[in-house]
Design a protein around this ligand. Structure first.
Ligand SMILES: O=C1O[C@H](COP(=O)(O)O)[C@@H](O)[C@H](O)[C@H]1O
Length: 260
């Protein structure tokens, strides 16, 4: 697993624009070398800010949207179309504006879907969908995502892996149901750390003062059970994309010398 690298931008708008430009380049490169690209989206303010910046970027037309698989790191287990669902917010921010192949948009199940309110069954069906997409070269039950993005919560949660809850301790399954999340709604579906760590690159997004403590804790050697963001690592690269407010409590030894 890779060691975290940090990029600190001046403010959250610049961070979103720079991350969007970085994502466009990654997708275009993956499509050029492997024919298609796969990206795992995150919910939350920073993830949606990045998608909105991508929607506004003229370079978005460099992406072949029909050869892109989109997955989610987590979902709030609510009815289809609920404004609090991560997929609803992603559609509004970007997905409705670009020519994606609907078969390649892998939304997590809703609470009024085929599994009803059974969040464990919903999680298991998403795990099966991931396993079907994984090739023999993936050595496991999930595809090697090109980029997996995670918003970092003020309590160091990533996806719906909250400190000390059972989901963050999962070592076998790739997707699990979450009960009693401290952030509403309490019932959620999430990728687990083993699934996250299958990604080629993991990008953690943290902007704003309320993320400063979480970034400092996760990057200062905390354990992943207490600070789930500390356990989110990519195979080839782990990149923390921060703004200066979120980086304000980092030890100076971690703060990168050349920041923009
Ligand atoms: O509930 C969630 O929160 C986190 C972080 O969101 P933020 O608004 O504090 O940036 C997000 O990453 C996750 O996907 C989402 O379900």
């Amino acid at each position: 697993m890779s060691t975290p690298q940090l990029v600190v931008h001046h403010d959250k708008e610049l961070m979103a624009q720079a991350a969007a430009a970085r994502l466009i380049t990654k997708i275009v490169d993956a499509q050029a070398s492997r024919g298609s690209a796969s990206v795992v989206l995150t919910g939350g303010r920073n993830g949606n800010g990045l998608l909105a910046a991508l929607a506004a970027a003229p370079a978005r037309d460099a992406v072949d949207w029909s050869r892109l698989d989109l997955w989610w790191g987590d979902e709030r287990f609510l009815p289809e179309g609920d404004p609090e669902r991560n997929v609803t917010q992603a559609r509004e921010a970007l997905l409705d504006a670009v020519p994606l192949d609907p078969k390649r948009v892998h939304a997590m199940p809703a609470s009024d879907g085929p599994h009803g309110h059974d969040v464990e069954a919903a999680a298991a069906s998403y795990a099966e969908e991931l396993a079907r997409a994984a090739g023999p070269e993936n050595h496991g039950a999930v595809p090697t995502f090109d980029v997996l993005m995670l918003g970092v919560g003020p309590d160091t949660h990533v996806a719906s892996l909250f400190p000390e809850l059972p989901a963050v301790r999962e070592t076998e399954r790739t997707v699990v149901g979450v009960h009693g999340a401290p952030k509403p709604p309490p019932t959620r579906v999430t990728l687990t750390l083993p699934a996250i760590r299958a990604a080629r690159e993991v990008w953690l997004l943290a902007a704003g003062e309320d993320k400063a403590q979480a970034a400092a804790i996760a990057l200062s050697g905390a354990g992943e059970i207490q600070a789930p963001a500390a356990g989110a690592r990519g195979r080839a690269r782990t990149l923390w994309l921060l703004d200066s407010a979120a980086a304000s409590q980092l030890p100076r030894s971690l703060y990168p010398p050349a920041s923009s």
